[in-house]
Design a protein around this ligand. Sequence first.
Ligand code: CP3
Length: 346
Amino acid sequence: MSKIFVDACKGKPTPYTPVWMMRQAGRYLPEYKKVRAEAGSFLNLCHNPPKACEVTIQPLDIVGVDAAILFSDILVVPNEMGMKLQFVEGEGPMFDNPIKDENDLNSLLSGSDAADRLSYVYETIKLLKAQLHERDDDIALIGFAGAPWTVSTYMIEGQGTKTYNLCKKMMYSDHKLLHKILQKTTDVTKLYLSNQIKAGADVVQVFDSWAGAIEPAKYDEFSWSYMIQISDYIRENHPDTPIILFPKAVPQFIPKVYGDFDVFGVDWGTTMAYAKKHLGDRYVLQGNMEPCRLYSQKQTTKAVQKIQKVMGTHRHIFNLGHGILPDVPVENAIHFVKECQKVSKK
Ligand code: CP3
């Protein structure tokens, strides 16, 4: 049976425009918090396939989205390359031993040595596929990874950063080392996504959440070209699997986007009209409601109608323009999903 979300990714007609939300499994759902508490911690939850499955499926039942996204995190990749990861309550992710020099990089696992260690993710996907199949509601499963640049910012800074000092010091004073870090991360990520597809992921998305931290003249060199290495690898090895690339906050790069992938994720700082003008003929567009509109149902309805007017009922997937925030009322997320499905119904 063909899935509405997969069809939409391929630009085929669908009965309405499918919708999902980045970070749709997470802390805005009390049911998620309960399962995370049972698992003991966020990382334990990622390592526990049955529980990771449970929280992946929660937004399908509670919010009514048209696709499931695997529950995991972009930082499990450097974690399995050998960097010790912790999620500190209120602080976010932290690595004990950020990369300072080539020796640090060389001590990390590469290629399939790292990708094979992510077996708990592949296990979760297999379980999910079996559960989704039983439900008979045509739901696709999205696998994902972080872009090498976004993941490397954590590997170099050791944590989230506002200024990216350490990454940028490397970018401008030791670009060879930064390229080596990006390439090693790319090589693991290619295999990781390929393994996710082999385990059953129907679509894959690469998140470049911190794309906007790079100056426009350097974005292609330090990020997009690595995203394209990944999408080329997936295209070659899994030609039927749609690929979504989401680079956040790089409006100046949009006219220069290149590559053989299916869906371009539009962030909330870019208008759909602008993205459509430059990319609409070549890629299906995904997005892009400002996630904070979810605090008001009235503002949500307005934004959904506006996006639909620009995009029509074809070559579009509804989503937020970045992740849903933890204090959004669940009923407002439900409202968003219903409005998207209603406004685009043929
Ligand atoms: O989208 C989904 O529902 C699937 C699961 C998912 C998570 N993280 C779970 C998560 C996905 C796709 C991600 C991607 C991710 N992780 C990104 C890219 C997307 C984006 O939002 O920009 C980034 C930059 C990360 C790194 C990360 N993980 C940060 C900065 C944090 C802490 C901040 C935060 O949101 O809590 C995390 C933790 C994290 N990843 C949580 C969840 C549900 C919260 C952990 C908890 O339960 O406390």
